[in-house]
Design a protein around this ligand. Sequence first.
Ligand code: FCB
Length: 432
Amino acid sequence: MRRFPDDFLWGVATSAFQIEGALDADGRGRSIWDGFAGESGDTGDVACDHYRRWRNDVELLGELGVNAYRFSLAWPRLFPTGRAPLEPRGLAHYDRLIDALLERGIEPVVTLFHWDLPQALQDEGGWRNRDTVEAFAEYARTCFDAYGDRVRRWITINEPWVHGILGHFDGIHAPGEKDLRGAVQAIHHLLLAHGRAAQELRSGETGIAFSLFPTYPASDDDADREAAWICDGYHNRWFLDAVLKGSYPDDMRELFAQRVGPLEFVLDGDLDTIAGGDFVGVNYYSRGVVRAAPGKQPFPYEVVSAREMNVPLTDGGYEIAPTALTDLLVRLRADYGDIPILITENGAIYRGAPHDPGRVAFLDSHLRAVHDAIEQGVPVRGYFHWSFMDNFEWALGYEPRFGLVHVDYETQARTVKDSGRHYGEIARSNAL
Ligand code: FCB
């Protein structure tokens, strides 16, 4: 039997736009994801109708047996135009949600920005515009003032790589732009927004959630090793070094400058601001095996497709790679010191419901991986499974199912899957 540390957080995670629906309710303003249909053609108009069904969903969280819940606030519900005036109905909604969680002994872990930027701010350039950072700091301060007496842990920004790159370079996420320079600029401002929010905090703890993607060279050749190092720089080091060391890695600064010109939007003092926060959030889904690919954009490498490698896959086609999670956590401590870590997301697409043996096995192997890291001295304080329930998976719509709870989108009925019961037992016993 593997026991976890006392006070370990056993949570599940969601984000506002992926579950709430009710986009016109209570004075909410538009966000960049409103009406943004990716390749699936689906939109978040209804999603899980959680904005209306939240009381039932909180009951369900209680029944599952988790002791923490990570969710995001919709910025456009609090500030419909991104800035004052504040919409009191939006504020009151999350106030009730937080109280209901606490009544059931569930710790609310609150994300401030999970991609649903107010459209009014996008109209002024969104995250490419440095002014958005100050709008975010004001929004963060308002949330700290309103809920900080009950919320201890705050996630400032969710996955600046994904929002920055998929939204501003690949164009497959909102706002749908395709410009690497704009993406690097947006990422810089997202990191700066994290730092500014951390400065505004008066009590509690902040952390940023990174989409970390451990890389492994496809062979021992120098070219593949170099390729894996660049891929690591692009996905991981750019973010980790900035927040945890207060500097961007020199090799990547140079590579970006070669591709997009001088990064003159990085001003003196910015990295001191960025280097803030009390813990780091790790979102982990899979690893990358990387080989050199001269001429490939934006950098000369490619990630070997999991199907090509003859490795176990989730139903979403990603490699199931739990030991890479242990490696990643051990590396974080080795390279960046003893900063507390929350696994803010980990999960997978599996089709079955209510019987989902694949997800049950995925959970077990990844929790063992986390436990292995803890035994090696890595200060992991909690684990949040993505996701509490099936939801709107961005550009992929409703087809991929990540939930511990099944959602029937016709009736909005929720059914706990086998994995949900299994996870609840682990959470309750604090052991695997
Ligand atoms: C992460 C996102 C989250 C969800 C999972 C599957 O990149 O943070 O919202 O879409 O992937």
